[in-house]
Design a protein around this ligand. Structure first.
Ligand code: ZN
Ligand code: ZN
Length: 461
């Protein structure tokens, strides 16, 4: 049977969420917000066509307690929310590993999946033993001296139980294993960061700014399972379920899902457009404070062939934030292959799901993605068509047939234009900024060189 999973999410307590205070005195309000987050998640996922989602931050005590109270185990390791049974949950967290590579510290985020609450407790005890400060942060740092210590830590966690799974997260972004780190550190092989634990890592998360086609440039990933997850920091429609993975499983329990991941039983992934991802191209965004300074109108971004010498920003003269596209090309070269984007067949199918909320935002000219009018339109469309992903699984004729006379013509036209590939992003995603969807034009992200600067350009270009 098929199951759609989104195995990387965050709770209301994670950094970058609605920033709930975590003081005990605010616990009653927090609890209410946390429960409403779960309720909204339960309602949002069916609109996307996702069956199972990760809980996020499952080791964070306040969140663990709420999960324990609110969730009921449906089958082994798979939970649902009391009184709501549309969406299932799996115990999941994300940890930040840091290790010294050369002079600098490099971070790499790793997702962990747990089969039960008791192992989550054991994991938390380990964090205590290692001196990890996990009481105030839902996504704590496991600081390591070296890659050898990273491996030791991962081995110890995985040795707790054969069904715990470790999945390197958004591997190409600056916070992922292959992303460029501080001092422009480059990890070009998994063993450079994960050392002997590399052989136990079977599943990798592509991240929003990459998809299986980009990752097909990297030989080291050839025989691994590539999955897509949303990494949602809120339960909004434009965050949750924006990427996910459809697996073939024998049963709907935790162990069957883990087996399917380990054995690469991925039927297809549903992908956020990489060009829209926050780290797609190399560049520096406007208004950035550090390093150097950029005024509100000073920004630059480049596709790999146009990146300035030594990756130096022509505006502030500091190191640029290296995009996922550039890293894919660099690693491909470092691993000694000549692979060209679009000429290597990715191992699995993928469906590109340009977010419906973005299309509506473009057509109706409403910038706030959480605006009620957008959400109402979204709900109307999905009530006629089924989950959002059906827009991309049905043919244009089928979509038109289902929506005609029910939805504004301009919206139908825009959806059909996107389905026909007549869209681009301006700008593309870069340096932590999402790309902006433009419908009715085509773009070429392979040939981009944009510099907007109010200051004289440095000579390094
Ligand atoms: Zn992360
Ligand atoms: Zn700069």
């Amino acid at each position: 049977m098929e199951v759609a999973v989104d195995l990387h999410a965050h709770s209301v307590f994670a950094g970058g969420t609605q920033s709930l205070g975590i003081k005990p005195e605010t616990m009653v309000t927090n609890r209410k917000k946390a429960i409403s987050h779960l309720t909204r998640t339960n309602q949002t996922m069916p609109l996307k066509g996702v069956d199972i989602i990760g809980t996020g931050d499952c080791q964070f005590t306040m969140w663990t307690d709420i999960l324990k109270e609110a969730l009921i185990e449906n089958v082994k390791g798979v939970f649902f929310l009391q009184n709501y049974d549309q969406t299932r949950f799996i115990l999941q967290t994300e940890m930040i590993f840091t290790a010294k590579i050369g002079k600098y510290s490099k971070e790499a985020h790793v997702i962990f999946l747990f089969p039960n609450f008791s192992l989550v407790e054991t994991f938390r005890n380990l964090l205590d033993k290692w001196g990890v400060k996990h009481q105030k942060m839902a996504r704590p740092f496991i600081s390591c001296q070296s890659s050898v210590q990273v491996a030791e830590r991962i081995h110890t966690i995985l040795d707790l139980d054969p069904w715990i799974e470790a999945i390197p997260a958004h591997i190409m972004t600056p916070q992922g294993v292959f992303g460029s780190g501080k001092g422009n550190i480059r990890v070009n092989n998994l063993t450079d960061f994960f050392a002997s634990a590399t052989s136990r890592l079977r599943v990798f998360e592509t991240g929003l700014s990459a998809d299986p086609e980009f990752l097909a440039l990297i030989p080291e990933l050839d025989n691994r399972t590539l999955i897509s997850n949303s990494d949602a920091h809120s339960s909004s429609l434009h965050r949750m379920g924006r990427e996910f993975t459809v697996l073939s499983v024998s049963k709907l329990d935790y162990q069957s899902i883990i087996s399917a991941l380990r054995n690469n039983q991925v039927l297809y992934t549903v992908e956020f457009p990489p060009e829209e991802g926050r780290f797609f191209l190399t560049g520096h965004r406007a208004g950035r404070k550090r390093p150097g300074s950029h005024g509100d109108k000073d920004y630059c971004y480049f596709s790999p062939q146009h990146v300035p010498l030594h990756d130096i920003c022509p505006i502030c003269n500091k190191s640029l934030t290296i995009g996922v596209f550039q890293r894919c090309v660099e690693i491909s070269q470092a691993q000694n292959v000549k692979r060209v984007l679009g000429e290597v067949t990715p191992p699995k199918n993928s469906i590109r799901m340009v977010p419906l909320i973005d299309i509506l935002s473009h057509v109706l000219n409403i910038k706030t993605k959480t605006a009620k009018s957008l959400i109402n339109q979204y709900r109307q469309i999905t009530s006629y068509i089924g989950p959002e992903r059906m827009l991309w699984q049905l043919t244009s004729e089928e979509v038109e047939e289902k929506l005609i006379d029910l939805i504004e013509t301009s919206i139908i036209k825009a959806i059909l234009q996107v389905k026909a590939g007549n869209f681009t992003f301006q700008p593309y995603g870069f340096d932590g900024v999402y790309g902006t969807l433009i419908i009715g034009q085509k773009g070429n992200y392979k040939n981009v060189k944009v510099i907007h600067s109010s200051k004289p350009i440095q000579k390094t270009l």
